[in-house]
Each structure stands twice: as structure tokens, then as C-alpha cells.
Design a protein around this ligand. Sequence first.
Ligand SMILES: C[S@@+](CC[C@H](N)C(=O)[O-])C[C@H]1O[C@@H](n2cnc3c(N)ncnc32)[C@H](O)[C@@H]1O
Length: 433
Amino acid sequence: MSQHTFLTLDEVASNLKVTRQTVSKYIQAKELNAVKINKSYRITIKDFENFVNSNSTSQEPSISYLRKTKNCTLQYSDKSDDFEVVHGIFHGELRSLSNNGKLTPNKFIFGDNYFVMKKLLETHRGKVDLIYIDPPFGTGQDFNSIDEHPAYSDKLVDGEFLEFIRKRLFLIRELMSDSGSIYLHIDKKIGHYVKIVMDEVFGYQNFINDITRIKCNPKNFARNAYGNYSDMILYYAKHRDNQIWNDIRESMSEEKRKELFPKNHSKLGYYTTNPIHAPGKTLNGDTGLEWKGLKPPKGRHWRYSREVLDELDEQGLIEWSGNGNPRKIVLAKEHKGFKIQDVWEFKDKGLSYVEYPTQKNHDMLERIIRNSSHYNSIVLDCFAGSGSTLRVADKLGRQWIGIDNSTHSLNVIQKSFKEDNINFELLEYVPLD
Ligand SMILES: C[S@@+](CC[C@H](N)C(=O)[O-])C[C@H]1O[C@@H](n2cnc3c(N)ncnc32)[C@H](O)[C@@H]1O
């Protein structure tokens, strides 16, 4: 049997929307067939289908997402076992270096995020509401600051790079709260492979958006290609439809206001008007009857009951034209803003304007943090760089944890956070043998 047809315990749990422990119970009760490989269970798609079928009350259990996910699993050499990644034991500790003399839950931890996150599982499993990461992109390059100070090295490529990310995503998933979500920032050369890795770790059904981010001004390439001025942000939840979603809206620009609300009222401000009738005839109801001496036009009905129309008119929210045609006044100040779409323009500043190479746009991070976390939520960035995510999380009253293994990142964060009075505890990961 091909290995494509096997599911992990987590995948079964995620598809059934139950915990790993519940799946283990089904296995122990011999209701669900499983094989034990090394220390972890594997379940064939066939056995999973049999289990779903024998417990299903409907004729056709919906497992189509599962099939799609499994058809897309990436294969490369040295893929580690997810159970081993999460449960394998390393001996190390987080040693506090300073906390600016003030008590704070916010931390920057210097060290390899793999070991640091394994350590954090002891205290923060299931507690992190939001993760934003902007890891290296598998470019094979070294990145320096404007004064040629080495910042970080991005030398892992291809399968090695994907495995580096995949292992960390398993740990992130364990740290995520049940209403948590992750935004992973990546470029378009490797991003589509990372999407499949994320499907594998978080489940295809927990994918929410692939956001195109316009990162710079249009490029005038010499090569025969379209200019590449965007990258991507892959957005997943731990459990789709249970994620924190504050429905932040895009506010209306003055240009849009002029287009949509062109009229001005001395007391009510900018407004437009809409018809008070809609298509479709009411046969017997109130919305088909005469109001203020008018019947709805032929084949139409009043949008509101006549009682509501009376109230609107009393409040001065009906505009009567010169020839006695009523329309409802809609106020610009009551506009709730526009639903945010999946193309965002948040350009990064050039290297000469930032402290750290590949530093990300703070307004973009503000949108993410506002939308996907609450006041006091824990926000994690385990590829912290200059600390952009931590800085914005701090400003918005979130708790935060940053991790990075670059001494340049450590120096930039220490210096700039001190200048801006941002308090945090500084720790480092120390291996113990
Ligand atoms: C693209 S930069 C992040 C930039 C950041 N978003 C900002 O706005 O400044 C990637 C960061 O990941 C860090 N990094 C790479 N591998 C790491 C690892 N194994 N553990 C911790 N940090 C790592 C690098 O040192 C680098 O600072």
C-alpha cells in the first residue's frame, strides 16, 4: 500500500473535530483500525472511511477535503515523524538575562526557535492566539544590514528548507489556542510548496486565505517576465470558523466618499439616497399598500413597513424630490467601512530606511493583529528579526513572545525597544547535556 493513503492521529482528530485522546480511545476500543509505526499510530484512508461510514447517520459522509489534502502531500527525503518532532525530548532551559527591572509577560528569547518552542510547550501549549512569521524564504543568500552587518543566513533550500519550516509548524500548531490562527509570509518562488506543507500540518480544511501583498513599486525587469512586485501571506486557523475574527473594515477614503456620498446636508453631513421600493409585488401585506398618498410603482413593493417609513420621515431621513418622489437618506457617517479583500498594498521601506534587512511593514502587521487577536491575547513571532510584530503587538495591548537566533536581531531589539520604552524579559535558550 502506498504511503499516500496513511493518515496521522492528528489528521484524523482534525477531520473528526475531536482531540487526539478521543481518537486514541477509538483505536484502543478497536472501533478504528490503526498500525503503530515507531511510537506513533497511522490510519489508512480505507480504515478511516470505514470508521466514518459505520458511525455515519447520513448516506454520504463528507470526507472529500481529506482526499484532496492527501493527494497533495509533498515527498522529499528525510521527512521527520511529526510525533517525534512534538514529543522528542531535548534537555535545555530558558535562562533569564534581564527584564528591565519591571514585571512583564512579554519576552524575547534568543535561540533556535525549534528548541525554544519545544521548551515553550511546557508552559504555553494551546495558549497562543496569533502567530505571524516571516521566515527565511529558502533563497540561498545571506542578508546584511545597510552597514554590512551580517543579520541572518538563508542557506537551506528545497526539501531541507521545507522540512525546516514543517518541523516548526508542527510546534506552532501545538502552541496555538483553539481559536488561534497563523499568518505565514513567504515569496512566490517557494510559497506554493509551503502551502502544501501547511495543508499537511494544519489540514486543508483550516486554510482561510492566500493574501497577495504588494510589497514594492512596479519593477522594470530586463528579463522576459512580468514584474514581480508581490509576495504572499498564507492564513490558516487551528479550527476553521472558530478563529478570532474581529472583522476589521477598511475605512472610506475621501475619494470614495465623494463618489458614494456626494450630497451634503447642513445637519446630517454627507449622504446619498436610495429608492424606498424594491422589485416584486406584495399581494396582501402592508408593503403593497398606499403610503402618504403613493402606491409602490408597478411590480414593486415598499422596502419597509409603512410604520417604519413614517418613522424615517419623522426623523428627516426621507428626501422628497420636487415632484413628490420619496427616497431614503443614507449617511456617510454610518458607513461601516469596506470588507477587506485578499490583495493588500503595504509596501516595505527600502534597506536604507530600516534597522534590519527584510523588515516588514508595520501597518500590515497592525491589520493582522487587530483582526485576529484580542486585547491581552498572546502573539508569537518566532522569526522576529527587528521585532516588528512584537512592537505592533505591544502598541495594541497584546502580550507577545519573540524568538530569533541572530545576534544582530538581539542587538536591534534590545537597543530600539529600550529607546521606545518597550519592556520585556530577555531570555536565552541554553542546551543542557
Ligand atoms: C525575514 S527575517 C524576519 C524579519 C522580520 N519580520 C522583521 O520585520 O524585522 C527572518 C528572521 O528569522 C530568523 N531565523 C532564521 N532561522 C531561525 C531559527 N532557526 N530560529 C530563530 N530565528 C531564526 C533570522 O535570524 C531572521 O531574523
